[in-house]
Design a protein around this ligand. Structure first.
Ligand SMILES: *Cc1c(COP(=O)(O)O)cnc(C)c1O
Length: 368
């Protein structure tokens, strides 16, 4: 069998190739390329899919995060609570505003451990940033209740959770703001960089619309020092096509995850669990290998099976955050997961034969 990469995006394109090509051509021929009808329509359709009043298109997921904290007025001297085991962009969204991230350990579902949030709240805490990691919705009723009781803002990093639900309700609709990335490898992926925020709050939606376009509502009249974080017509148009297929694309991923759940059987690995009340859209299928993760990774590589580690260095130990002064051992669970997690191949158009080959390779792994 050919090599099986951890991810491949060409299959997903091929599944609806004609629709993408027609949309791309129509945008190219329209003569209008940034913030136009496609963006407006995508924003409406995505807000309606998520169940929020507003969606505002932005240039990428990191912008969605840092602009959110900027618009919420969070800056130097303020603290934001976030889980330790996240992609570094979640943390950069906080620190780019001069605010301080306060890390919480994850639970066994890899989500923020809601039991450990309250002990981190100080008089400087302004918000909680929940990351629905690997596509699984975090336990939002509990987190929302804590935020309400302490008067904290709630922001969701939904870059991995397009379509995932907690108790039947979409991620990105619980917080003051939901932050989205449509980077090509995400469940709802564009063909380049793209992002958005969702919110029910009229004041925030308005602030985002102004901020993304140099702080101006009316051309050359600037209300605030904003950013250039506009969504372009080509990406918005292509996202509308993909959004139309997102329910079936997520169903396909759920079936693929169920296949691994059924066919992977090796006492050396721990398969992912999903919390009761939560739904996962399986952005990643992440194994935990307590003893021999790197050996398994090499063994799979030799058999032509690609894997990735999400993520090998937790943000608090990354060179970029040396200034926070967090030493190894500060967050034992986060650090343990960084040493043990391994993401298997899972992508639109992955065949049963390919999945079986991956499962066989995992099952054959032994330590001498
Ligand atoms: C991808 C991702 C981001 C950043 O999105 P970009 O569009 O790449 O800037 C932020 N947070 C998480 C959890 C992500 O997976």
């Amino acid at each position: 069998m050919d090599k099986i990469p951890q991810s491949r995006l060409d299959r997903g394109f091929q599944e609806h190739q004609k629709e993408y090509e027609e949309k791309a051509l129509s945008v190219l021929r329209s003569g209008w390329y940034v913030l136009g009808e496609e963006v407006k329509n995508f924003e409406q359709e995505y807000a309606s899919y998520i169940g929020t009043k507003h969606c505002v298109g932005l240039a990428n997921g990191l912008d969605a995060l840092w602009i959110t904290f900027r618009v919420l007025g969070i800056g130097p001297g303020d603290e934001v609570i976030v889980q330790g085991n996240t992609y570094i962009a979640s943390v950069m969204g906080i620190t780019m505003n001069g605010a301080t991230p306060v890390f919480v350990e994850p639970d066994r579902y890899y989500q923020i451990d809601a039991e450990k949030i309250e002990e981190k709240i100080t008089d400087k805490t302004k918000a909680v940033l929940v990351v629905h990691l690997y596509g699984q919705a975090a336990q939002m009723s509990k987190v929302r209740e804590i935020c309400d009781r302490h008067g904290l803002l709630l922001v969701e990093d939904c870059a991995q959770s397009h379509g995932a639900r907690w108790e039947g309700r979409m991620t990105g609709s619980f917080g003051d703001v939901g932050c989205w990335s449509f980077y090509p490898s995400k469940n709802l992926g564009a063909f380049g960089d793209a992002g958005a925020v969702t919110t029910d709050r009229d004041d925030l939606a308005e602030a985002f619309r102004v901020f993304r376009n140099y702080g101006s509502e009316k051309r050359y009249y600037n209300k605030v020092v904003g950013a250039n974080s506009r969504l372009d017509e080509l990406q918005a148009g292509l996202l509308r096509v993909r959004l139309g297929h997102l329910p079936e694309l997520n169903e396909e991923r759920k079936k693929q995850a169920a296949f691994y759940e059924e066919h992977i059987d090796n006492p050396l690995v721990i398969k992912p669990e999903v919390r009761e009340g939560s739904e996962s859209v399986w952005h990643q299928y992440v194994l935990r290998v307590p003893q021999h993760r790197d050996a398994l990774r090499t063994c799979l590589e030799e058999k032509g099976v690609g894997t990735l580690i999400h993520y090998p260095i937790p943000p608090h130990l990354s060179e970029a955050y040396a200034y926070l002064g967090k030493k190894e051992g500060s967050y034992p669970v986060t650090e343990q997961y960084a040493k043990e997690v391994l993401s298997l191949p899972l992508y639109a158009g992955m065949t049963k034969e390919e999945q079986q080959a991956v499962a066989d390779a995992v099952n054959a792994f032994r330590v001498l």
